[in-house]
Ligand binder design. Sequence first.
Ligand SMILES: [Ca+2]
Ligand SMILES: [Ca+2]
Length: 335
Amino acid sequence: MKPTIALVLFGFVFITLTFISPAGASVPGFTGLGSLPGGDFNSIAKGVSADGSTVVGWSSSALGWRGEAFRWTSGGGMVGLGGLAGEDFRFRSSVEGVSADGSTVVGQSISATGHEAYIWDAANGMQSLKDMLESNYGLDLTGWWLKEAHGISDDGLTIVGYGCNPSGYDEAWIATLPEPSLEVVIDIKPGGDVNAINLKSKGILPVAIFGDDDLDVSEIDLATLELAGAGPAERGNSGKIGVFKDINGDSILDLLLYFDMEDMIIDEDATELTLLGMLNDGMELAGSDSIRIVPSNGKGGLADLGLLEQPYIPEPATLSLLGFGAIFALRRKRS
Ligand SMILES: [Ca+2]
Ligand SMILES: [Ca+2]
């Protein structure tokens, strides 16, 4: 074999191996994870996140020698997850599963009702799974005792386990959680609180979405936005949707959208409208604001000039749209 060909082949094999090797497998390693403070020195790992950076299990701890669920991260070490409220002398919590990103943990804990399946995440801590399903999602689990959770899907949205059913028999179950959504703050007709809507209007309705620490409005997938069945209207003939600017003066970028009233389907009894959409990463978002349906007074004039008394200076294209809206559509009763 010619040296050049050999070199090319070596390079190909090297690059291929480099790309197919799983992260972390290039350097062999072995690490004892330790034990939670207090109690005996005693720990068991039970699950690991997809990238290997988060390990879950249980360890003897100051809360009890029977064990406390823990979550270990390469950066933060072993941290106890506590337990459900119950009798301290019988304290025990254990782990059966972790989502692929390491953020959600399930297992069971001694509780006031014996022992119960739990779900843990950093935002909510350890919660009774049954309580969470009932209070967060309105599920009716009357008569069920969810004893243990034994698995969670990679996306953290499906949990399985077993419990005592309403007939008194142990039975396997599966719980499915909806995709998480981001609650956003919107302002229909920015600058006013009444948000009067005339259902006969042929104008446009301005709606602001306020950015904050949890929401970078530039990450919103504009094509997914929908208000009362309508997508946001283009700005004139520009082909562009919305105006990105800080509307409320908090130095965080906001998004001003316009909806064509003729595209919207609004019930005449409606008292609020909900804007739905998605971020570019697929997370759903939703935000609501109140409205007040007002009768058409037939004048179709400049009654809603309050719209222009807003604490921001629209761009020329925005101004023409706002003017259009004020002239043809948006009336606001002055009280
Ligand atoms: Ca408003
Ligand atoms: Ca802002």
